[in-house]
Design a protein around this ligand. Structure first.
Ligand code: HEC
Length: 326
């Protein structure tokens, strides 16, 4: 057996090849497979162990066989092991590209006529690698001139602008398909039953202690009325859940616990409480929220007014009040 590649290279190469294969075939989301699944790590360790064991066994067998050889065969074996690779083709290519200079004895024939303070010049052949790159640069220059100065193709600034615009379009398209990639600027109300069901589950697991299962409120404010401390509408509600309420009030930021999609689901679920009647409603806090640009008639939402009265809410004022509240 010829050992061209030493084992300290062979073992890691085989190991990482297997690890890469595992990584490719095991679906592990955005985490590496060996971190997501401890079994994979165990498997890889086992592979490493087996590789090292094989190396050890093969080495030992080599040694035993070697000891059983007679002197003559031992010498031949050692000679075969120390043979280094020859790289004949590479060497031939190198000398072809480097060209051949006249040997020193013949330099007299190619010496040029001038003499710079004793420094003389030889008229050697140019090395082929240099000549080829010179030809290539001439061809490049011609192509470049025709393309950019005769045909006026887009220069790099225009190319940059075009690619930038294309990339922006691609990002927009991607955002539309990726529900999980929302923040409070881009979030929209989710209406699919599956999303609302997921939102309900998240709400029941994390939020009911302070907001009650029916949204009536306890430590946290009532979520069923039209009054919002931190602003209503999907974007504000998402922001409150993601970033938390005012300092010291008890509503923490959930962005480290919940994924963006989960926050969008629970925010959409929270908005479903609007207009329902909880068992023990907490008194309204904050201002009545009106979506920007929407005119609505509110009937008796104000606690102080006893009789049902038709009032058209002054949108600008309400929005301003909500904004200053943030
Ligand atoms: C530890 C108690 C607590 C928990 C748990 C809690 N909240 Fe709150 N929540 C509050 C308090 C207190 C406020 C008021 C914050 C303020 O006044 O700044 C609030 C405010 C809110 C608001 C804004 C209400 C408004 O009037 O502007 C929303 C929406 C909300 N919570 C949703 C949630 C959701 C969804 C969860 C679960 C993921 C949750 N909360 C978990 C205590 C809690």
């Amino acid at each position: 057996m010829r050992h061209l590649i030493p084992s300290y290279i062979r073992v890691p190469v085989i190991f990482f090849a297997i690890a890469a294969l595992v990584e490719y075939f095991v679906d592990s989301g955005d985490q590496p497979a060996f971190m997501e699944q401890p079994l994979v790590l165990l498997f890889l360790l086992l592979v490493l162990l087996v590789l090292v064991a094989i190396e050890g066994i093969v080495g030992a067998m080599d040694n035993i066989l070697y000891q059983s050889l007679d002197e003559e065969a031992k010498k031949r074996y050692l000679a075969s092991r120390t043979k280094t690779p020859q790289f004949k083709k590479l060497k031939a290519l190198y000398s072809k590209l480097a060209g051949k200079n006249r040997p020193i004895e013949e330099e007299g024939e190619i010496i040029l006529d001038h003499n710079y303070d004793g420094i003389k010049e030889l008229d050697n052949n140019l090395p082929p690698w240099w000549v080829y790159s010179f030809y290539i640069s001439i061809i490049f220059a011609v192509v470049y001139m025709v393309r950019y100065h005769v045909l006026n193709a887009d220069d790099q600034f225009v190319e940059y602008e075009i690619e930038y615009a294309e990339a922006n379009k691609a990002i927009e398209a991607y955002k539309k398909t990726a529900k999980g990639l929302v923040d409070f600027n881009t979030v929209e109300v989710l209406v699919e039953a599956s999303d609302l069901k997921a939102g309900k589950k998240i709400f029941e697991m994390n939020c009911v202690a302070c907001h009650k299962p029916d949204g009536g409120g306890g430590i946290g404010p009532n979520l069923t009325d039209q009054n919002w401390i931190l602003g209503g509408g999907i974007k504000n509600v998402f922001k409150t859940i993601s970033e938390g309420g005012r300092d010291g009030k008890g509503m923490v930021a959930w962005k480290s616990e919940l994924k963006p999609l989960e926050m969008a689901q629970v925010a959409s679920y929270v908005l479903q409480f609007q207009g329902t009647t909880p068992a023990e409603p907490k008194a309204a806090e904050g201002d009545i929220w009106v979506e920007e640009g929407v005119k609505i008639d509110t009937t008796n939402t104000n606690e102080n007014s006893q009789e049902p009265n038709e009032t058209t809410v002054d949108i600008t004022k309400t929005v301003e009040a909500v904004v200053t509240n943030n």
